[in-house]
Design a protein around this ligand. Sequence first.
Ligand SMILES: Cc1ncc(C[n+]2csc(CCOP(=O)(O)OP(=O)(O)O)c2C)c(N)n1
Ligand SMILES: [Mg+2]
Length: 603
Amino acid sequence: MNKPAEKGLVGGVKRMTKKGGELIAEFLVKEKIPYVFGICGHGNVGLLDPLYEVRDQVKLISPRHEQTAGHMADGYFRVKHKPVATLTSTGPGSANLIMALAVAQTDSSALLAITANVPTSQFNRGAFQELNRHNQADFPNVIRPVVKRSFQPTRVDMLPLALRQAITTATSGRPGPVNLDVPYNLFQEEAEVELEQPWDGFDKRRSGASPEDVQKVVELLAQSRRPVLFIGHGATLSEAGKDLTELARKYGIPVISSPNGMGCLDMRDPLSLGFIGRNGAYPANQAGRHTDLVITIGARFDDRSASSWMPGYSWNFPAAKLVHVDVDHSEIGRNYAPDLGILADARTFLRQLLAEASARRIPSFDQWHGEIAAWRAEWEKYIRPNFEIHASPIRPERIVADCRAVLPDDAIISLDSGIHHNWFMQFWEARRPQTMLNTWGYSGMGFGPSSILGAKLAAPDRPCVSICGDGGFTMVSHVLCTAVEYDIPAVWVVWNNFAWAAIRDLQYAYFGGREHGTAFYQGAERKPYNPDFAAWARAAGVEGLTVTKSQDFKGALEHAVKLGKPCLLDVHVDANIRPPGTGAWALPPIPHMEPIFGKKHVR
Ligand SMILES: Cc1ncc(C[n+]2csc(CCOP(=O)(O)OP(=O)(O)O)c2C)c(N)n1
Ligand SMILES: [Mg+2]
């Protein structure tokens, strides 16, 4: 590639004739995108060949399902804050990517999804794998709700601008997935063009609050007696952990965190109250119910972190004052009308607040700390004994405790959708940002076991462990093949409870204790069924161990982490122990449940 087909100088730059496929490959190199996760099809072989030419700089990894390719790219970004690309073919291959893009979109994770489409000369003829009932080559309409933007260049000379705009869009502002949909004739056709100057906008445009607004926040803080900070993925994405920690510690402001904000403040810090909502920690819900000032940074008050917005269960607006800071104006005021809405980057705002507050007298919040300490003690007394119990099948608390005991501070865990995630939301102590990967907004199963592969590629020297449900793992069990093919030493802890337990528990709770369609059985006797996951792993070439006794889990995990090869632990967990509800979750028309621990409080 890059062979000049002698042409003139334009604007001092020597222009060359290039194939569209070469341009894309060259762009990936120029943008320092180290990986393409993708699956082949007739629609993208024209790009695979130029990717061969740049294989030393851009590695192609082909998982066995496009959904996994998307989750891998998402996981890579969440760990490294650098985008990578996916490549899928015309039609079905790209349709398989939709779920992964929805997860990335709702959790603000950047990736460049290159999809192939039918050739421009065949638009609207119902060509092989074309969707054309409403528009020609209509895949962008399929993908549109799950990406920040879809670009469909239809000529090679449109590629440089589309590529540059795609990466800028994905990484700037609130990050998200972006689609480049390329009719596949463009890979082979030529034009005389140059690439644009790349611009990865990630964390480059750090706009701040107006000085008046910063002053107002400091005034609110000075008048408050019971303030809390509520942080979310925006704080993580802005890499604001250091500044958040400084602010929280300097003024003694307790911090409540959404799952994707966890670790910005080391959760061993006494100011860290953990997660809020139905499966939050009791001190967090109590603080949320009793606070008089909430300063929210990069969090959006979704139903699960706001007890479905029912007043008094997690939050008490408008009795409490609300300052809502976000880079996305559409999140400010979406769920609660703020007293003060501020469009700003999390880290910039925190620095502004630190500077402004240092010039003012902020009272100490000793009484508030005392109240929180009492709630914490009550909670600890209730939950802690369960962390010490050895049993078979294993108590969920022991898995959380032993993972924490074995894994170093910088280890990365990924969680899937399910009851295992609820346990980790409630009890995991993230110590660093970007170490706990959650499928939060869309809660798509398959994210956890897949994204851990991308995480491991982003952080090859750190332990990467996926804690996933038996149901979710089964959905993407081919991740084992990819780990072996590409030598990615990820660890899977399959939380084996023989059920879609998160949903089975809802069914038990709300529908008279009956179970229907939410657990795994074999035959007329309804014997609990699951494959032998460890043997399944071994069949794929992955080390597999079955753990049924809690005494064995810690050692097995230590072994898996040290192994340096992919490893799966099939861990039999007690399906009948449920995480304590400390807030509520209303699922219309299903009535909501009162918290099991703690109660509603309305001023
Ligand atoms: C792709 C997908 N399908 C269905 C759901 C709905 N769902 C949420 S949790 C859950 C059960 C998960 O079961 P499992 O993976 O075994 O985890 P557990 O709850 O048992 O920990 C289901 C089916 C979902 N979130 N994503
Ligand atoms: Mg399960």
